[in-house]
Design a protein around this ligand. Structure first.
Ligand code: FCB
Length: 453
């Protein structure tokens, strides 16, 4: 029999995470404007099962039931995102009172159940009107995002303890502007530095807006991955020196481009690979100081390590000098993602060492797995068990981690994969919207109940 998971320290916070477009539905209600995900999901052949987020989990109408589920689970934190186009339907101008009212109701319902709201301000659903003006390639978007953050924090700042400005800017860049797999669906954008820099500047301006509220703690939720050089067979043993170089480059791109400026106040060497224009016209004097204002938390989203090798021709996707390689030798989730719990420990220790002295306390803002629809989900329980042990050992090694949010509370609309990937502790029947907690829900509830307060 395996040993029980060692206890987490008193005060450690357990939570779950979601995102607006993936659960809310009600996309044309109460004055909400269209987002880039509405546009994208309604285009032919963008989403694997042809679905959209028009209804999703209907959380907009069923939020009270979902909060009750969380209360039953016993979580102390709920990380959710605010849909910018509910607050500013065209991405500018005064806040839409009905949009604010929804999040007011949600926040109050959480607080009544003793659950602390952790709000993400941008989880990819940019107002379409902002994209029409260039999206994050346009510097104005950063300023608009700052104004939107001001409006949201003025409405909710008296009750929200933790704010995360952006969700996974790297993924938004890579899938939305390079690979065309996510909204806004652009492929092969040559000059990427503006999309990087304006997201970071938007973060800085939003962070400053939120900080006007006493007691607010501000961070960002980045996607991180241990980068492993692997040979064409997907094993580390067969990696060549060229593969190591490719992995080094990929690590800069995935893990450092959106973190060095925040924590070190400068871009990493190698940023030139993303710039096809005049970098000095993008990064203006003073910007990095705005971006590098100290963070109170660093949100870490971890799913799996990434296998990287040198492309045979020397040039890979987007003209960059690496290619992705499937890791071999590990079990995979229903999504085909390798299950490598120790990758979480490795990653946290790497961040701790890389940013020694400047790393804020970490919140695991996402970690989870998609499996089939069954409510008897031993595979998910094993995933959780393994990842929480790895998290605990990173903490034993000195990494300051304060919270863990499982992705996700509910099965939901998984972006380009529509309803085909189920990450929930709670099963959702999309025909009836019935919610059924899975075995993993009971497992997580027991773990939380056993943990010291
Ligand atoms: C992350 C996203 C989240 C969800 C999970 C599976 O990259 O932030 O919305 O899709 O992956």
């Amino acid at each position: 029999m395996t040993e029980p998971i060692p206890q987490f320290p008193a005060g450690f916070r357990w939570g779950v995470a979601t995102a607006a477009y993936q659960i809310e539905g009600a996309t044309a209600e109460d004055g909400r404007g269209p987002s880039i995900w509405d546009t994208f999901s309604h285009q032919p052949d963008r989403i694997s099962d042809g679905s959209t987020g028009d209804v999703a989990c209907d959380h907009y109408h069923r939020y009270a039931q979902d909060v009750a589920l969380m209360a039953d689970l016993g979580v102390g934190v709920y990380r959710f995102s605010v849909a910018w186009p509910r607050i500013q339907p065209t991405g500018t101008g005064p806040a839409n009172p009905k949009g604010i009212a929804f999040y007011d109701r949600l926040v109050d319902a959480l607080l009544e159940r003793g659950i602390a709201p952790a709000v993400t301000l941008f989880h990819w659903d940019l107002p379409q009107a902002v994209q029409d003006d260039g999206g994050w390639a346009n510097r104005d978007t950063a300023a608009r995002f700052g104004e939107y953050a001001e409006a949201v924090s003025d409405a909710l700042g008296d009750r929200v303890a933790v704010w995360l400005t952006l969700n996974e800017p790297y993924v938004h860049l890579a899938l939305g502007y390079v690979l065309g797999m996510h909204a806004p669906g652009l492929a092969g954008t040559r000059d990427l530095l503006p999309v990087v820099h304006h997201q970071l500047l938007g973060h800085g301006l939003a962070a400053a807006a939120v900080r006007r509220h006493p007691g607010a703690r501000v961070g960002i939720a980045n996607n991180y991955t241990p980068v492993w050089a692997v040979g064409p067979d997907g094993t580390r043993g067969s990696a060549t020196d060229d593969d190591e170089v490719a992995a080094f480059v990929y690590d800069v791109l995935h893990n450092r481009v959106f973190t060095d400026p925040l924590l070190l106040g400068r871009y990493p060497d190698g940023i030139e690979m993303l710039s096809a224009g005049d970098a000095d016209a993008t990064v203006l004097d003073g910007d990095l100081a705005v971006i590098a204002a100290p963070l109170d938390v660093l949100g870490v989203n971890y799913y799996n390590p990434t296998g990287i090798g040198a492309p045979p021709s020397g040039v890979g996707v987007g003209g960059l000098p690496f290619e992705l390689r499937q890791l071999t030798g590990y079990p995979v989730t229903g999504y085909g993602w390798p299950v490598v719990p120790d990758g979480l420990r490795e990653l946290l220790v790497l961040l701790h060492e890389r940013y020694a002295g400047v790393l804020p306390p970490i919140w695991i803002t996402e970690n989870g797995c998609a499996y089939g629809g069954s409510t008897v989900d031993d595979d998910r329980i094993a995933f959780l068990d393994g990842h929480l042990r790895a998290l605990r050992s990173a903490m034993d090694a000195g990494v300051d981690v304060q919270a863990y949010c499982y992705w996700s509370l509910l099965d939901n609309w998984e972006w380009a994969d529509g309803f085909s990937q189920r990450f929930g502790l709670v099963h959702v029947d999309y025909a009836t919207q019935a919610r059924t907690p899975r075995a993993s829900f009971a497992w997580y509830r027991d773990l939380i109940a056993r943990s010291p307060r």
